[in-house]
Design a protein around this ligand. Structure first.
Ligand SMILES: [Zn+2]
Length: 402
């Protein structure tokens, strides 16, 4: 004989033990770490959930729970809105072999009515739910990660070869505030690689052109323009407003200044550099890894290196490196993966080779070392040139980009 709803519920109650919200809270307070499995619909979860809960809607339970909770001995507290769906979910979980499952009586409503702590996530607009849907599908990003991105503040030094792709992808990803420091205007010779800018904007300040492009791509993004050259006078004032600094500068004075200011303010500096067909990217964030000065304590003398304009660069190369920089900035914001701290990705595009070099912090470093001797920002004489690449034994010149 076919079962009725009541039969199924009775069966679920026999199989699945229940716990009250207070009992669940007591378990958490004791330091137990059951997986809090929220089986409500996505829309309900979005309105608020128990801190740390994992969302696997009832309708996707069989398909997704093994990914969310691979070990079937893991203690699970399933909850829904009122305690019914989680009982039914508990029954399925038992069938799937999960042997330590309880269903929370009264569900999220009961928990909330007891005044127990809840997390109320960022409320996304309907457009944002569509715009960021591919991020929401990644457990490592999800809605919580997207909310972090929207709340994040990233500074791009330069809206040139590296800053263009970096800022473009940061804006697409929904990084809520992007600062751009650049005092140049758009020049026809920029357009071979600086994809933020367009032909009809020749002569326009790059920060303004960047703002127009980024906001056309994503109106969620606020672009803060700094139409000034980074200097010892303004570096702290500008850097202080941001969480992560993306360095797309094309000259030594800015490179050293950005490094020193980032170290002194303890901000991660996502560094990128290019030279003709080669490029590299790393994250300077001592003491976990080195700073730029650990590798290259002092700039080379002016004139010792060829100028950027003379050197030439394959237009697509800064696109590659700038994208790696955007990626690293996003990893830092989300706290996912292994940032390139203490490691440098080096691309030899003609050879088609990528290497990852290990970099070590120098405890004697003048700025990030144990007894720093550089405690103020320095304005070096302005000159262009490549920054050395970080071959551990003997630094080999490479790199820089406008
Ligand atoms: Zn250092």
């Amino acid at each position: 004989m076919a079962k009725t709803y009541k039969d199924i519920m009775d069966e679920a109650k026999r199989i699945v033990p229940e716990a009250t919200p207070d009992q669940v809270k007591a378990r958490l307070d004791r330091g137990e770490q059951p997986v809090l499995l929220d089986v409500r619909e996505r829309e309900e979860y979005r309105q608020g959930f128990i801190p740390g809960a994992v969302s696997v809607p009832r309708g996707f339970l069989e398909m997704r729970v093994e990914e969310a909770v691979p070990d079937k001995n893991t203690p699970i507290v399933a909850y829904c809105g009122g305690g019914t769906r989680s009982l039914l979910a508990g029954r399925i979980l038992k069938e799937l072999g999960y042997n330590n499952v309880v269903s929370m009586q009264g569900g999220f409503t009961g928990w909330k009515n007891k005044g127990l702590p809840i997390t109320e996530p960022h409320q996304f607009t309907a457009d944002q739910q569509i715009r960021y849907s591919r991020h929401f599908l990644l457990p490592e990003v999800g809605e919580a990660g997207q909310a972090k991105l929207l709340g994040a503040r990233v500074l791009c030094i330069g809206a040139g070869g590296l800053g263009s792709p970096a800022a473009f992808y940061l804006a697409a990803a929904g990084v809520g505030t992007i600062g751009i420091v650049d005092m140049d205007v758009v020049d026809l010779s920029n357009l071979q690689r600086q994809i933020l800018h367009t032909n009809d904007r020749i002569g326009m300040p790059k920060t303004e052109s960047a703002r127009l492009t980024l906001q056309a791509l994503n109106p969620d993004v606020k672009v803060v323009e700094f139409r000034e050259r980074l200097s010892s006078e303004n570096a702290f004032r500008i850097f202080e407003q941001f969480d992560v600094i993306v360095n797309g500068s094309d000259n030594f004075p800015t490179r050293y200044l950005a490094n020193d200011a980032a170290v002194m303010l303890n901000k991660p500096l996502v560094d990128g550099a290019i030279w003709q067909f080669e490029g590299q990217a790393t994250v300077f964030h001592p003491p976990e890894g080195p700073c730029y000065r650990c590798l290259f304590p002092e700039p080379p003398p002016p004139g010792a290196v060829p100028s950027c304009a003379e050197a030439g660069v394959l237009g697509v190369l800064p696109g590659l490196i700038g994208c790696v920089q955007a990626l690293e900035a996003i990893k830092l914001i989300l706290g996912i993966g292994k940032p390139l701290i203490g490691r440098m990705m080096h691309f030899d595009t003609l050879a088609g080779e990528v290497r990852v070099l290990r970099l070590r912090r120098d405890p004697q470093c003048a700025v990030c070392g144990d007894r720093p001797t550089i405690t103020q920002l320095i304005d070096y004489e302005a000159f262009c040139g490549f920054t050395p690449t970080a071959e551990p034994a003997e630094p080999r010149p490479a790199v820089s980009a406008a």
